[in-house]
Ligand binder design. Structure first.
Ligand SMILES: [Cu+2]
Length: 368
């Protein structure tokens, strides 16, 4: 288990603020994203529909939280010779909340979305053991985009509930890549949460930064309306039509805002590397940080070509992990969004990095 701790616990306290249906979005997107998700009339109508037998009541949850902690990133590679890693991942099927009062049947790697980041160095070897929780109902497997081999490993890791499988692979090429479940209904399984990232550092490593963060964007297709209280079943037709109910950051709506677990805080002046994994299964992310710029942008997770500079909005295709480095010269929020902004204003796709520190009026003066 060198360098790749895969068994961390859920140490972050669950949010305690239970917002009223739809009411929170306007608050958390205050600023350039005033976001009325639904007016009072629409809320009343939704309630009536539910009473008429629309959605089943919310289920009791198996997990207090499905959203991975964005700060949970393995330490940078500090070794210079090839290593062997033993990595264990567990596939699970869990009920959890998309937002307060809205439950969903997630599928995960290690009970969180996105699944844990795996971090190795080019030339390292990995023995990967995949286990399927015995309470599962479906087959699962794992396809690493960092792997040469049938299905990226999926062909030899397809397992039934209670089973486990092992593969070994060499990380022969560098970059940051998606992994995901790849059973025949892979779009459903990815949509339910089964994706994560594997970072294969180049031999010379990555530039030193002060902090690294890891996020995952994906879509949920459900039988309910966005924000409708109750249990949302999966909607295959909506997925086929590519019309999601939610577009989430780390599996939940607005998780890293004042209405959720709170923003991720950094200190003014820190250089921050952000890994943005897009599981999809269908939607391209137009990745943007409001109030900032991708100072260095590693397009498509390519860590060896010359990176792009000062990119405002970057396309990140489903099945891709992009990386960017940002500077934080002024205090205030940096809002991580998909600049297809209806996904932000209405469907949950927003997270906030809060930069703490004294004002820098020469760079930005809010009160000249
Ligand atoms: Cu699966």
């Amino acid at each position: 288990m060198e360098g790749t701790p895969m068994s961390q616990s859920h140490s972050i306290p669950r949010r305690t603020f239970m917002k009223a249906a739809g009411a929170g979005a306007a608050v958390l997107t205050a600023g350039c994203l005033g976001a009325p998700r639904a007016d009072a009339g629409a809320q009343a109508q939704t309630t009536t529909e539910a009473a008429d037998g629309g959605l089943d009541p919310a289920k009791s949850v198996d997990l207090d939280r499905i959203a991975a902690d964005p700060t949970d990133v393995p330490d940078p590679v500090d070794w210079t010779e090839p290593r062997h890693h033993e990595i264990e991942l567990e596939t699970t099927e869990r009920v959890a909340e998309i937002e307060p009062g809205v439950t969903f049947d997630y599928m995960t790697f290690n009970d969180r979305v996105p699944g844990p980041m795996v971090r190795v160095r080019r030339g390292d070897t990995v023995t990967l053991r995949l286990t399927s929780d015995e309470g599962n109902s479906l087959p699962h497997n794992i396809d690493f985009h960092a792997v040469y081999g049938p299905g990226g490993g999926a062909d030899d890791t397809t397992i039934a509930p209670g089973e486990s499988a092992e593969i070994q692979f060499k990380a022969t090429y560098p970059g940051v890549f998606i992994y995901h479940c790849a059973v025949p209904n892979m779009d459903h399984h990815i949509s339910a949460g089964m994706f994560g990232a594997i970072l294969v550092e180049p031999e010379d490593g990555l530039p030193e930064v002060d902090r690294e963060l890891y996020f995952g964007q994906h879509e949920l297709y459900t039988t309910g309306d966005t924000g409708e209280k109750g249990h949302h079943a999966f909607d295959m037709d909506a997925m086929a039509a590519e019309e999601p109910t939610y577009v989430c950051l780390n599996g939940e709506a607005y998780a890293f805002t004042g209405d959720g677990y709170g923003p991720v805080t950094v200190q003014k002046g820190e250089r921050v590397r952000i890994f943005h994994s897009v599981g999809g299964p269908n939607l391209m992310s137009s990745w943007h940080g409001i109030g900032n710029v991708w100072e260095t942008f590693y397009r498509d997770g390519d860590l060896v070509s010359d990176p792009d500079r000062y990119v405002e909005t970057a396309p990140v295709a489903p099945g891709t992990v992009a990386a960017a480095e940002i500077d934080t010269p002024v205090p205030g929020p940096i809002k991580l969004v998909d600049h297809a902004l209806s996904r932000v204003a209405r469907k949950g796709m927003l997270g906030v990095i809060q930069v703490e520190g004294e004002e820098e009026p020469e760079i930005f003066n809010p009160d000249p």
